[in-house]
Design a protein around this ligand. Structure first.
Ligand code: MG
Length: 165
């Protein structure tokens, strides 16, 4: 088995949609980035790459590459799952912590969980989503940014993995 850690931070700005874990959340501000700036899926993708010792998403999806502009991070994560599967690994479980002062994420967690599980080819019972505020301090607490940490455990790839791609 292999374990991997992922982290991501994006700035909150006006005039962008807020997408967390592939779920579009109604909020007056969204995350700034070259892609859709989905901190959750980026952290999960980096955790997968870390566990498989395949580098990071910045190497695979450089933000200087126009192909990745506005990229749907669900597609990015699906590709990373595929890459990891080709290296002989498949996800066993995933644990995620989202750091956001606003919006409150409690009502969105089930959908984010289901979406991350679907992208990882896992049952929702193998995925956990936690949400923390920034306690009103620092860039998270001042709602200047949203950050996310993810940890993923990998085991030997199962034969059927990636068959849907
Ligand atoms: Mg990112």
């Amino acid at each position: 088995m292999r374990v991997g850690l992922g982290h991501d931070t994006h700035r909150l700005v006006d005039g962008r949609p807020l997408i967390l874990g592939g779920v579009r959340i109604d909020h007056p501000r969204g995350l700034y980035g070259h892609s859709d700036a989905d901190v959750v899926l980026h952290a999960v993708a980096d955790a997968l790459l870390g566990a498989a010792a395949l580098g990071d998403i910045g190497e695979h999806y450089p933000d200087t590459d126009p192909r990745w502009k506005g990229l749907d991070s669900g597609r990015l994560l699906a590709e990373v799952v595929e890459l990891v599967a080709r290296a002989g690994w498949s996800p066993i479980n995933c644990d995620v912590t989202i750091h956001a002062q606003a919006p409150k994420l409690v009502s969105h967690k089930p959908l984010i969980r289901a979406n991350v599980a679907r992208l990882l080819g896992l049952d929702a019972t193998s995925v956990n989503i936690k949400a923390k505020t920034g306690e009103d301090v620092g860039p998270i607490g001042r709602a200047e940014a949203i950050a996310c940490e993810a940890i993923v455990l990998l085991g030997p790839a199962v034969a059927a993995h990636g068959a849907s791609h």
